[in-house]
Design a protein around this ligand. Structure first.
Ligand code: GRF
Length: 190
């Protein structure tokens, strides 16, 4: 089974996913794609000798080139890991129920356009939440609205700041995303 990871930033989730499947004979990360030529996730992929592909808005939204690339690689699952652009309808149609995302809050709260990174954690603290967590969900044509696959929670302590809850969330992401991906791939027939 073959995984494509889309990321826009550092790629710590991508790294954990790549490491998780390194010893797996049946599943592999076949390619890492980014919309940002300078994103560190590309460096991480290079370190593992995993092919990368950088695309711009024109390719991603005006052509089928990205889709054709993924189909040519026989990708079974598309994993968004800190990918900040909306996924276009033609990509969703080409990979129905095969695109997933991770969000650093307990959707449906604290999600949607522009809600990413520390903006999410600031909103959670300002709302006075006692807990937060992560959500792994299928991707549809709206930010953070697809069917939820997995959620994990952490408690928010009185003097937790944005950095602390971001850290707690990231720990859960690294712990759960690879396993959720593995379980989904086991279910995908082919
Ligand atoms: C994570 O917080 C994830 O929930 C969100 O973007 C961040 C990606 O972090 N979608 P990294 O690039 O994997 O370190």
């Amino acid at each position: 089974k073959r995984i494509a990871i889309f990321a826009s930033g550092s790629g710590s989730n991508a790294q954990k996913i790549i490491e998780h499947f390194q010893k797996n004979k049946e599943m592999e990360v076949s390619i890492v794609l980014s919309n940002r030529p300078d994103s560190y996730v590309l460096q991480r992929a290079d370190n593992f000798e995993i092919p990368t592909h950088v695309f711009d808005r024109d390719e991603f939204y005006q052509t089928d080139d990205t889709i054709k690339l993924l189909q040519s690689l026989n990708i079974d699952l598309i994993v968004l890991a800190g990918f900040l652009w909306l996924v276009p309808g033609n990509l969703i149609k080409a990979f129905p129920n095969k695109i997933i995302n991770i969000h650093p809050a307990l959707l449906p709260k604290f999600g949607g356009k522009g809600m990413y990174g520390n903006r999410v954690h600031k909103a959670v603290l300002e709302a006075g939440e006692q807990e937060s967590g992560i959500t792994i969900h299928y991707v549809n044509e709206h930010f953070d609205e697809g069917e939820i696959i997995h959620q994990s929670k952490y408690k928010i302590e009185p003097n937790d700041d944005v950095d602390m809850i971001a850290y707690k969330g990231q720990q859960l992401e690294h712990q759960h995303y690879p396993k959720v991906i593995e379980n989904l791939l086991k279910k995908i027939s082919k």
